[in-house]
Ligand binder design. Structure first.
Ligand SMILES: [Zn+2]
Length: 72
């Protein structure tokens, strides 16, 4: 796995083959936690967050793949 957040995308490399990050975040305050460890349940995290912030009721799971293009 590369540590480069925007690895160069070559014709021989497809986006689906690049590393991705997933997290769950509160849509009200953008507080979030990573899901990459495979142990965090996004719904359970949201319930705990809502217990601390009762008006924060909207959440989303985000998956991100960064890449860059060769300008040539
Ligand atoms: Zn929140």
């Amino acid at each position: 796995m590369t540590t480069e957040p925007f690895p160069r995308l070559w014709p021989s490399v497809e986006v689906a083959a690049l590393p991705s990050r997933r997290w769950v975040e509160c849509a009200n305050c953008i507080e979030n936690t990573s899901l990459d460890d495979g142990r965090t349940d996004p719904q359970e995290w949201a319930v705990r967050h809502a217990a601390l912030h009762p008006h924060h009721v909207r959440y989303r799971v985000v998956s991100q793949v960064g890449f860059c293009l060769d300008p040539a």
